[in-house]
Design a protein around this ligand. Sequence first.
Ligand code: IFM
Length: 464
Amino acid sequence: MTNDRGQTGTSGQPAGVDFVWGASTSSYQIEGAAHVEGRGDSIWDRYCRELGKVQNGDTGDVACDHYHRFREDVALMRELGVNAYRFSIAWPRVLPRGRGAANEAGLQFYDRLIDALLAAGIEPWVCLYHWDLPQALSELGGWENRDIAGWFADYTALVARHYGDRVKRFATFNEPCVFTLFGYGLGWHAPGIADRAALHKAIHHVNLSHGAAVDVLRASVAGASIGAIHNRQPCYAATPAKEDAEAALRLAAYWNDAFPYPQHFACYPPTLLEAIEPYMEPGDLARIARPIDWFGLNHYSPHYIKADSNLIGATFGPPPDDVPRTPIGWPIVPAAFRDTLLDLHGRFGLPIYVLENGTASEDKLDAAGIVQDDGRIAYLQGYTGAMGEAIAAGADVRGYFVWSLLDNFEWTAGYTQRFGIVYVDYPTQRRIPKASARWYADMIGKERRQMVPVGNNVAAAAEG
Ligand code: IFM
């Protein structure tokens, strides 16, 4: 397999291999067990404790208690028939202070999880970073400190050493545009910083950390298949006003290009270069642009952008009135997903894995013990159908992972938004597969039996 520069990756899926159907989660959103067996604080533990930052004062202290109930969750996935599970490792669980002494109990938790997945025939896909930076490192400047590339490389080496015999699929970062822009630029997420210099330093240091981690994984995991997970969404102007059109272009550079461009093309988007250049050293772009094996895409909906007085001069506006929306107001536009997949294929030339797609809906457990989430089924039908169209038009999409396996801690929305295909009754921690879980399982089953391109079966399911 070759990447966009014609270089051969050391591994990856050969053409013709079965499409991967999976489910995704992340450590802080589901694990709980925040203060047990040696786990250190992350920036989200700290952020949640700051009154008023997260709805209802919710925290990830217990979340879905996956730390103790992972066997049940693996059994659920086995029943669904998914062949891969994407989860993240909590850096502060394995290195409580982010560097230095490792926490054996934390390492063993992921051993147990990985072994249970393999025993169930489910391939583990490990993401190294899904936003839960060790608080101790944040106190040293976190992503603003250039030294973090070395700390991240050391953490990656620990993970590679420990799990590389059983795990081959690694993603370096999940949605770097979100945690840098929201966490360091707009102050909406942990660690709650809104500062121009902080944002641009963080972007560059995350990119350097990505390159360093790719090198570590390549050198230490035989047969590693490595990628990074990015959001990519069309950023439309919210109104015909010139200032909104300019704002949309500014936001798109941060959202869509600030990470994939240096990682794949060894350059920053021209509109960001001036702000990032002061933090660059000679050779940095070559350190960042290391060959990888696949492009991980998270996609939910297009953005409608308007001008703002914040430090990037842009923010998220409402979609036009005629665009359908999910219960939390996210636009439902499957055609934008199809076009994004085709654009990605043309632009980067790497195999694509969709590693997040799904919707929050107003799920209620009815008197019969059923969660009839028809809105989510319609959303998933529309989006997997659009993916089928992109594949038919030539996009090299190799897998689809639903977000999310379980209802979970949705960052500043706390537990008010349910994204799972499995309902979690938080007071009892009972798991109840929703109607969408049954739909997903049926669709996977049909795809496997009929071995025809995805989309055709989705359409058939929609017809009846
Ligand atoms: O829950 C999040 C996830 O952590 C990152 N991508 C978007 C999801 C839904 O908001």
